[in-house]
Design a protein around this ligand. Structure first.
Ligand SMILES: Nc1ncnc2c1ncn2[C@@H]1O[C@H](COP(=O)(O)OP(=O)(O)OP(=O)(O)O)[C@@H](O)[C@H]1O
Ligand SMILES: [Mg+2]
Length: 435
């Protein structure tokens, strides 16, 4: 796995212990002693995911370094070692876009390591996702040239489930291409998950059949006591979408315990703007756990009687599962068979989008291992899918619908100070570096 480098601005006598812990965790610690050195480092390397800053030795230098980390589009996370007096001064320098955390002296190098690990899991996901794109694209993303819009960053990741109890209605087609539109055209960070452990076909459609599955990685974790997050297991597709599959086989999936899967998907909200989940057509415990999490549930329906019946059945089940208010219809192949408006009437809930029939286009795209958004960007059907993506974004943005600001992002300085106060109160008897 790709690990980030960490810039370390600490007194010389503190560096070795911190360096040892970070090296043990697989991070490269790079010492810097002036703002100029940090600037040169950030210019020359695109993999600096975090900076540890001493807020006590020379606080003005620290503030200068802090600004460098947030210069222009750059937004490198920082972990600041501070005393209470430093915090007072920092609050004066507070700014809206904060992605930093504080640690009080005395600190232990080991505790610093765990904080770094947690913070970098978020930062590194960008790198993991773009691994397949090569150094220049990865650098561009880190430098903010190809990025995520700031409005997108202001939201908690949304879980969108694609489900119809009937097979062959276009679930996977809609999942792949909605994910690609959100990623490529809307600058969102997208995780696409194939939760269909029986007939899942996202990987083959995207030419990623060989990537490790969640079942593979969690199975291996049992031997080593490790615990990999979905963001760590995901692999990048050429579209930039992070892709995951639960399992390649319906057998030996014991490790995919529904509660654990649901928790893992939920945790991925901190890292991605959208988590698109393609599901197997059943009402088993795994699916029920995921329904419960979903912000929006898209029900693709083709204009044929058996498919429409299946959607009506799902609407009734959804009432029992208390997820009825999250369902939205997507009329697929809307220009064939029963009129789309009649489909809406019979199914009993409104269509979020209509997707026209596109002949062999999706098959050709799959043959080239790309989403149709990449292979046929000008096709009218891609316009239909873009409208669906726009509706998903608009629904997310309805006032009061979800928690607007993720805990780790846009956190006001005041919250950090509150936490710092409680940390000070609970200061452990584990002093290692006191100044
Ligand atoms: N709007 C469309 N126009 C043309 N072809 C389509 C359209 N939607 C889906 N298809 C094609 O229909 C077939 C079934 O679609 P898809 O595999 O997405 O369905 P599914 O619901 O995922 O099926 P399963 O339940 O087997 O997983 C595929 O060959 C796909 O390319
Ligand atoms: Mg499918």
């Amino acid at each position: 796995m790709l690990r980030s480098a960490v810039a370390v601005y600490l007194p010389e006598d503190e560096f070795p212990a911190v360096n040892e812990e970070l090296a043990d965790a697989g991070f490269e610690a790079i010492p810097v002693s002036t703002a100029g050195e940090l600037a040169a480092l950030l210019e020359s390397r695109s993999d600096v995911g975090l900076a540890i800053l001493d807020g006590e030795s020379d606080f003005d230098a620290t503030i200068e370094m802090y600004s460098l980390l947030h210069d222009g589009e750059r937004n490198v996370a920082s972990l600041m070692i501070v005393s209470s007096t430093a915090v007072d001064r920092l609050s004066l320098a507070g700014r809206a876009r904060i992605n930093g955390e504080f640690v009080n002296r005395p600190y232990s190098a080991a505790s610093l390591r765990w904080r770094v690990e947690a913070m970098l899991i978020r930062a590194e996901t960008m790198l993991i996702r773009t691994e397949a794109l090569g150094d220049s694209a990865r650098g561009a993303i880190l430098e903010g040239e190809v990025g995520v819009s700031s409005s997108a960053l202001a939201h908690r990741g949304q879980i969108v489930v694609i489900f119809n109890p009937k097979g062959g209605v276009g679930k996977t087609t809609i999942a792949i291409n909605t994910a690609a539109v959100l990623q490529i055209r809307k600058n969102q960070r997208v995780l696409l998950i194939d939760c269909d452990t029986v007939t899942g076909h996202i990987l083959t459609s995207l030419g990623m059949a060989e990537i490790p599955t969640v079942a593979d990685v969690w199975g291996a974790d049992l031997e080593t006591n490790a615990s990999h997050s979905l963001a760590e297991i995901a692999s990048a597709h050429s579209s930039g979408v992070a892709v995951l599959t639960m399992s390649r086989s319906p057998l030996h999936t014991e490790v995919l315990e529904p509660k654990r899967v649901a928790q893992a998907i939920s945790a991925a909200r901190d890292v991605f703007d959208w988590i698109i989940v393609d599901m197997h057509p059943d009402y088993g415990p795994l699916n029920q756990g995921i329904f419960a999490l979903a912000d929006q549930i898209l029900v693709p329906v083709t204009p044929e009687v058996p498919t429409i019946r299946a959607a009506v059945q799902f609407r009734e089940v959804a009432v029992d599962l208390e997820i009825r208010d999250r369902l939205a219809l997507v009329v697929n192949r809307s220009n064939s068979g029963v009129a789309a408006s009649d489909v809406e009437k019979v199914v009993g809930f409104a269509a979020m989008a209509r997707i026209r029939s596109a002949g062999m286009l999706f098959v050709y795209a799959a043959n080239s291992h790309r989403s149709a958004v990449e292979a046929f960007p000008k096709a009218k059907v891609i316009g239909d899918i873009e409208s669906l993506a726009d509706r998903l974004i608009a629904t997310r943005d309805e006032p009061g619908r979800t928690e607007r600001y993720p805990r780790w992002l846009m956190r006001p300085v005041r919250d950090l100070l509150d936490r710092l106060t409680s940390q000070s109160a609970a200061r452990s008897a584990e002093p290692v570096h006191t100044r």
